[in-house]
Ligand binder design. Sequence first.
Ligand code: AMP
Ligand code: MG
Length: 469
Amino acid sequence: MPQDLDNSYGQLPARFYTRQSPDPVAAPATLRLNQRLARCLGIEPEMLSAEVLTGNALLPGSDPLAQVYAGHQFGGWVPRLGDGRAILLGEVTGDFGRRDLQLKGAGQTPYSRNGDGRAWLGPVMREYIVSEAMHALGVPTTRALGAALTGETVQRERRYPGAVLLRVAASHIRVGTFQYFAAQGDHEGLALLLDHAAQRHHPDARTPMAFLAAVTKAQAELVAHWLSFGFIHGVMNTDNMTVSGETIDYGPCAFMDAYHPGTVFSSIDQHGRYAFNAQPNMALWNLAQLATSLLPLMQGDADAAAEEATEVLEAFSPHFNAAWQHLHRAKLGLTTEEDGDEALVMGLLSRMASSQADFTATFAALRDGDASAHVTDTDAWDSWAPDWQARLAREPGDPSQTMARANPILIPRNHRIEEAIQAGLQGDYAPFHRLADALETPFDPAPEYLDLATPPRDDQRVMRTFCGT
Ligand code: AMP
Ligand code: MG
C-alpha cells in the first residue's frame, strides 16, 4: 500500500470511541477479495491477505477502535448501542476523498452487550452480494472490499462457520451518533461531530441547519433509488442511517420479486414499520430525530430554530418526489417531463400489483416493448400500454437506451442469495462467486448468467429474512 491508513475519527476526543483491537481468529481463509475496489482505493490487493481480512494482521497505520452511538430501534430509544461487532481500522484517502475501512464480525467490544462480536457466513455473504450489487445499480452504498472465514464457529440457532467482512464506507457516522451526544447533553461533542461529519460529507453545509438540509436531500434521493429497484432495507433504525447518504447495514434486506407496495421481509418487522412503501416516511422520521439532536447547536431563539428545522424537513417530500419521478420516468424510457407522467407510472405499478407481476422482470421486459407476459391481466395491460406508446412517440431520443440504463436484468434475488448461502454452508462457494460476478453488470449481464434473472418458482420463493447477527 502506497500510504499508511489515516485516522481522522481517532483524533476526535476519547469519548467518541473505545480503542479496541480485533480479536484474533483461529484459521483465516479468504472467501472473496474485491480486487477492483482495492485498486480504486490505492491498495495493492496482495496487501489484503486472509490475515488482514480477519483482523489477525493490521494494515500499516491502523488505529483500531469501536465507535459509540445510540439509536431508535423500531421506534424504541436505546441510549447506547455502538460497534458491538465492528472495528474501524482507519481511513484511506485519495482523489476519491476519504473512506473508512471497517471489519464487521471482528470480536467483542465494550458495546457488545450480550453479543459475541462475531458474524457468520450467511450475513457476510448477503452483505457482500447485496452491497456490491447496489453499487453496480448506481445506488449510494457502503461496499465490500473482502470477506474471509475465521476457521471458528458461531453459535446462533445452531453452529455456523464464522466470517468477517471488510467494509468500506464514506464514513460510519449515523443519525444515532448525533443522537448519542445530544442525549448526553454533550454539546461540545455534538459540535465536534458536526464539524467532522460536515467536512467529510457536506463541505458546503457547515451550519447545523445547512447540514440537516444536506442530509435530508441525500436521504430523500437514496430512498427514491431504493424504491426504483424494489429494494427493502428492512431495519431502518436511526443507528442504521448514515449522514453521508449511503445505504448501510444489510441485515434483513431484500429485493422484491412480485410487486406489492406493502411488502415486508424482515422476520422482526412484525408491524410492517419498514415495509417497502413506508420507507420514505421512516427516513423522514429518522431525519426528525437528527433535527432534534442538532437543535442545541442552532443559533438564536429556540422556537424559531425549531420552526426553521421543520421547514427544512418539509423539503424531504419535494426532493423525494423529484428523484422518484426522474428515476421512474427513465424506467418507462422517458427523459423529458410531461404532466401525465406520474399517472402513467402509477398506472403501471397498480396493474403490476394486481397481477403480482415481478418488479424487475416487468421493467426489464419494457425494454423489449412488451411486459404483457408479466401483467397477466390482459385488460389491465391493454388499458395502459397504448397511453405509454403514445407518450413514447413524443420522446426525442431512443427510449430503449434510457430503459436499458434504468431497468436492470439482474438483481440479487432472495432465493439465489439463499441458495449461495446454503451451498457455502456445505463448503461450496461457487454459487456465491457466480452470483457476485454476475451482479457486477446487472444492466447488461453475460448470457451465461441469464438463469439468475428468472423470478423464483412458488417453491423457491423466500418470504422471510432474518437479521444479520
Ligand atoms: P444491527 O441490527 O446489525 O444494526 O445491530 C444493532 C446493534 O447490535 C449494534 O450496536 C451492533 O453492534 C449490535 N450487534 C449486532 N450483532 C452483534 C453481535 N453478534 N455481537 C455484538 N453486538 C452485536
Ligand atoms: Mg447497525
